[in-house]
Design a protein around this ligand. Structure first.
Ligand code: 5GP
Length: 356
């Protein structure tokens, strides 16, 4: 193995999407819904391929709000079985858009099995661990797949293309979550020195995932997770080949967030959220803090952002506009229609105002 990879890996800030000639006449013609078949799951999914991360604020209100827009919410993994049963019984229509999250604990899988026994349902599943490169993780995902043959399974996180292939082929995973160290509440790069810039990570992993087929139109898929700070970054991830994009901080501070709000005169003003690997999150949800684990995350306070409708309008409006600039009639064609140019950092800053 070469000790240093000499090619510079790129992040969203290192590029811009080059505008292209377009035959489109109006942004309203752009179709933001996609339909997917999966490598393992026999289900077909249609909707807008944006996912709210399974962070502490992603609970049932978020899931209901996003389902109205045909977007996905991965519930945080600390809901108990009764809460999940109540939710899915009262909102069966949200099943395609609400994923149940689990980590790598025996009790997590047992919760899912109990849920299945009580409801007869196989929910879509998000298997989330900080480091999905470990062999035991692939085996664990396979175990979940063996009990949930119908579910759409998203799992990660990894950056390494061979791990993506392994999770898809042997782990029974449908969508591999790629990205390490880029998340808004993540301190992994500072604490461990590990990570890969997200744009290159998406390009490399989507290339290998899409190269895998398990029958007609059953490709491997990926989800870009972590570090999308603007709608422009989300557009860049889609143009780079990501099938889904997972967002944490982007949704934090919107109305349906569950957690720590600040108010002034009864109006929401600020919202605080925590990285899921912080000691704070461990204290809130785990029975005991593991003394061999450092806090690989931080606490962030953001301003109130308003309703999900407002946040979604900005998000979807931006993606629509990007499609127009590159001549893509829908999200599916964004990666085919786009080209990036490398830029220096000045091009990603707010444009200056003349005379200020
Ligand atoms: P964001 O959209 O906020 O930039 O990134 C969201 C992603 O950050 C999550 O989906 C998850 O992968 C990652 N993340 C969330 N909490 C933590 C944490 O405490 N530590 C690390 N390393 N990553 C986190």
């Amino acid at each position: 193995m070469q000790k240093i990879i000499n090619e510079i890996k790129l992040d969203f800030n290192d590029v811009l999407i080059v505008p292209q000639r377009s035959t489109l006449t109006s942004r309203s013609d752009i179709n933001l819904e996609r339909s997917f078949n999966f490598y393992h799951s026999p289900r077909t999914w249609s909707g807008i391929p944006i996912i709210c991360a399974n962070m502490s604020f992603c609970s049932f209100d978020m899931a209901k709000s996003l389902a109205k827009h045909k977007m996905i919410a991965c519930l945080h993994k600390y809901h108990n079985v009764n809460q999940l049963v109540d939710y899915f019984k009262s909102h069966p229509e949200n099943l395609p858009y609400t994923f149940v999250s689990i980590g790598y604990k025996k009790s997590d899988l047992n919760h899912l099995l109990e849920f299945k026994e009580q409801t007869g349902l196989q929910p879509n599943i998000c298997i989330d661990v900080p480091n999905g490169h470990m062999d035991v993780f692939v085996k664990y995902c396979r175990k979940v797949r063996d009990s949930f043959s119908e579910s759409i399974i998203i799992a990660g996180n990894v950056t390494n293309t061979s791990s993506t292939q392994e999770l898809l082929i042997y782990g029974g995973v449908d969508i591999v979550k790629t990205g390490i160290g880029g998340g808004s509440a993540c301190t992994t790069r500072f604490l461990t020195g590990c990570g890969i810039p997200q744009l290159s990570c998406v390009m490399e992993n989507s290339y290998v995932a899409h190269g895998l087929q398990n029958g007609a139109k059953k490709l491997g898929l990926i989800c870009s997770d972590g570090g999308h700070k603007t709608v422009g970054d989300i557009c860049k991830a889609l143009c780079a080949g990501s099938d889904f994009v997972m967002l944490g901080g982007y949704f934090a501070g919107s109305d349906p967030c569950d957690g720590e709000w600040q108010y002034e005169l009864n109006n929401k003003t600020k919202f605080t959220y925590y990285g899921m690997s912080t000691h704070h999150a461990q204290e809130l949800y785990e029975d005991n803090i593991k003394n061999y684990r450092a806090s690989e995350g931080t606490k962030i306070t953001v301003s109130y952002k308003g309703s999900i409708d407002k946040v979604a309008q900005e998000l979807l409006g931006g993606i629509r506009s990007c499609c127009c600039y590159i001549g893509a009639g829908d999200i599916k064609h964004m990666s085919k229609c786009s080209q990036f140019c490398k830029v220096n950092q000045i091009h990603n800053n707010q444009n200056p105002v003349l005379g200020v």
